[in-house]
Design a protein around this ligand. Sequence first.
Ligand SMILES: Nc1ncnc2c1ncn2[C@@H]1O[C@H](COP(=O)(O)OP(=O)(O)OP(=O)(O)O)[C@@H](O)[C@H]1O
Ligand SMILES: [Mg+2]
Length: 264
Amino acid sequence: NKLLVTGTACFAVAILSGLLTEQNRKSQDELRVMEGHVKRVEKMAYMGEMAAGLAHEVRNPLASLVGSIQLLKEDLHYDPDHMRLMDIILRETDRLGTLVNDFLFFARPPAGKPEMLDLKEAIDEIVSLFKRDTNHVRRFVLETDLQDGLRVVMDHTHLSQVLWNLLLNAAEAIQEDGRIEISAMASRNNDVRIQVKDNGCGMSQETVSAVFDPFFTTKPEGTGLGLSIVHRILEAYDSRLDVHTQEGAGTTLSFALKRSNRTA
Ligand SMILES: Nc1ncnc2c1ncn2[C@@H]1O[C@H](COP(=O)(O)OP(=O)(O)OP(=O)(O)O)[C@@H](O)[C@H]1O
Ligand SMILES: [Mg+2]
């Protein structure tokens, strides 16, 4: 009988130690996976810092380049061929400058100075600037529906950047008879919902799932940083972009901001 008990105990111990060994191996595997993950995240952060540093350093020589070409343009005898070439250099340096600035903004968004904004006023101003911007290729009707008396605390430049990017995307998505609507309405939980709606080309499911990836673009001249920057900015206000779209019919992008009840 004793023998049986000892036997069973030995057997139990063997099974238990087997289980423990297995458990131990599993935890070690998990630990290795975690370590790999942490290393990757660290590497990404490190690469982001490097890239941001590089972009920062590219800005100064770029500015000298533009300055020098502008001086040359004024000094040289007029020659249409030379002028054309210099305009190409200026245009391309401008593009590079924008790319570098956008990338820097994305990699290291500045904190900004939040202030009390009257949304109707602020959005009207951005919209009128946007309407006057002559870079749009396509024609569209841009309408606003902005509720009175909505105030938010936000950096003015941040709001402009978000709306400008959304309006630009809307304008670029339009084929003909373009219609863009921008609205701001009070909504649940003391929020304001700001919405930009277009009747442009819409997006496929694949596009929707990639729109926030930096450098994802379906446009030949796009950098794919627009919505990534919007996402980064809204993050700082505990907000995010909601995407509703139908291929061929149009897109509605919206986000919520906390309403401020203090009077300015
Ligand atoms: N309103 C929209 N209608 C249709 N597609 C859109 C709309 N907004 C964004 N997209 C899609 O999302 C992609 C990413 O947009 P995002 O603004 O980040 O970059 P981009 O517009 O391509 O380039 P960039 O803004 O840097 O000039 C676009 O290339 C486009 O395919
Ligand atoms: Mg864009």
